[in-house]
Write a protein that binds this ligand. Structure first.
Ligand code: 0CJ
Ligand code: F3S
Length: 332
């Protein structure tokens, strides 16, 4: 009898980031659209993608949400919801002029930055807003104090920045930036404006920071990092950059498992997996299944932080849900 050699145990493994996926602001915004559809019926208009995720938008469209770019596209008298990224005050005015009922799903952590902008503008500071030009959140925050805010789009943009009075300058930022790149921008700004003051608390939110910390922890060990997220999702795109910066040999952003290229797996034994703050877990599960079918069945969690933060629903929605609950109680 000839002995069959034991098959070598697989060295293929997955490192799965924790935390990943939905943050408190996204969870609240997506539930707000679903609850609004239940409460008022379809259609509910949503100005801008509620969050930057293809699957979320497609799923809510099927349930009766209509996504528009501008408030002007919403029929007079309808309901419009504002996305998690926030809007400028002019958008609230336009909605009022069109007699629209509004539900504001702006993340409370974005609202916090808007309030900081208003406060520093009232004190006549020049505000250097670090962020990506054209991003919805930056447009909304800039709209709070357009005469006081100058956008700084990364370290290379610092040389172009001018201020009125360099003894009265503050920096603020978009919530979903790379922490390290933002600190590089701030250091350069401080060289140029030594009296520059910092925001009272972190503008880059807890969820952005934690997802970057987790991907950094796995980066050095990963031959490939798969980040689940959409191309227009700033925080998801940053995870790819952070993974590469932390030493991952390769990293890609995919919306769905079927976008993964088999060729990326050549010579790969460790695959890191994570997802942006706007990504439902079902999409990560799809990626894990796809990898398991190719021998990557072993999954180790790389845990960077515990998250327990939650936000209550937008106040307009809470008011109407409460009123309905009260009416139901009276009729019992
Ligand atoms: O701006 C936000 C309040 C973040 C929302 C969640 O992520 P996402 O992908 O919709 O938006 P970013 O492009 O800002 O990351
Ligand atoms: Fe808010 Fe941060 Fe999520 S700003 S929507 S908690 S990514």
């Amino acid at each position: 009898m000839t002995a069959t050699p034991a098959s070598p145990s697989s060295d293929k493994r997955v490192l799965l980031a924790a935390p990943r996926g939905y943050c408190a602001g996204v969870d609240r915004a997506v539930i707000a659209v679903e609850k609004a559809l239940e409460q008022y019926g379809s259609p509910i208009y949503v100005r801008h993608e509620i969050v930057h995720n293809k699957y979320v938008v497609q799923t809510l469209e099927k349930k009766g949400a209509i996504f528009v770019d501008e408030t002007a596209e919403v029929p007079e008298g309808s309901i419009v919801m504002f996305s998690a990224h926030g809007v400028a005050p002019t958008v609230h005015q336009e909605a009022a002029e069109r007699r629209l009922a509004t539900i504001d799903a702006t993340c409370p952590l974005v609202t916090k930055v808007h309030k900081e902008a208003v406060r520093f503008a009232n004190e006549d500071y020049d505000i250097l807003l670090i962020g990506h030009e054209g991003h919805e959140e930056v447009i909304g925050t800039s709209g709070e104090a357009p005469d006081h805010i100058t956008l700084v789009d990364g370290p290379d943009d610092v040389e172009n920045v001018t201020v009125r009075d360099d003894s009265k300058v503050v920096w603020l930022s978009q919530t979903t930036l790379s922490v390290d790149e933002t600190m590089e921008t701030v250091d350069k700004l401080k060289e140029k404006f030594p009296k520059l003051i910092s925001p009272p608390s972190d503008d880059i939110c807890y969820a952005t920071q934690n997802r970057q910390t987790a991907v950094k922890q796995m980066g050095a060990e990963a031959d490939l990092v798969v980040v689940v997220g959409s191309k227009n999702s700033s925080n998801s795109v940053r995870l790819v950059e952070v993974a590469l910066g932390a030493g991952a040999k390769d990293a890609h952003l995919v919306d769905f498992a079927d976008e993964i290229d088999e060729a990326w797996l050549e010579g790969v034994s460790t695959v890191g997996v994570t997802s942006g703050a706007s990504v439902p877990e079902v999409l990560v599960e799809g990626v894990l299944e796809w990898l398991a079918q190719r021998g990557f069945e072993d999954v180790e969690i790389v845990k960077a932080a515990e998250e327990s933060i939650t936000f209550s629903l937008p106040k307009e929605l809470r008011r109407d849900l409460r009123a309905e609950a009260a009416a139901l109680g009276e009729n019992r």
